[in-house]
Design a protein around this ligand. Sequence first.
Ligand SMILES: [Zn+2]
Length: 78
Amino acid sequence: METRYCYCCRVHHPQDQMHRFPTSRGVRWRCRRSIEAAQCGVSERDAFGKEQTKINRAATQEIAEQVFMARSERYLLR
Ligand SMILES: [Zn+2]
């Protein structure tokens, strides 16, 4: 069976698992599994990042409300 050198895994894989993959240094051969693994990693990181942003925004909103409440309470006590 014909094999190709996978620049990602640094081993040879059967040709039918290999895909041409454009990199900054030209087209390299990469196995399907490594490409799929990379894509999966990116989408998981994206989902995590979005979730984290949402949490941060909610926390900021909560703090802003608390500061506002504290200020208006102080104002009312004057
Ligand atoms: Zn590979």
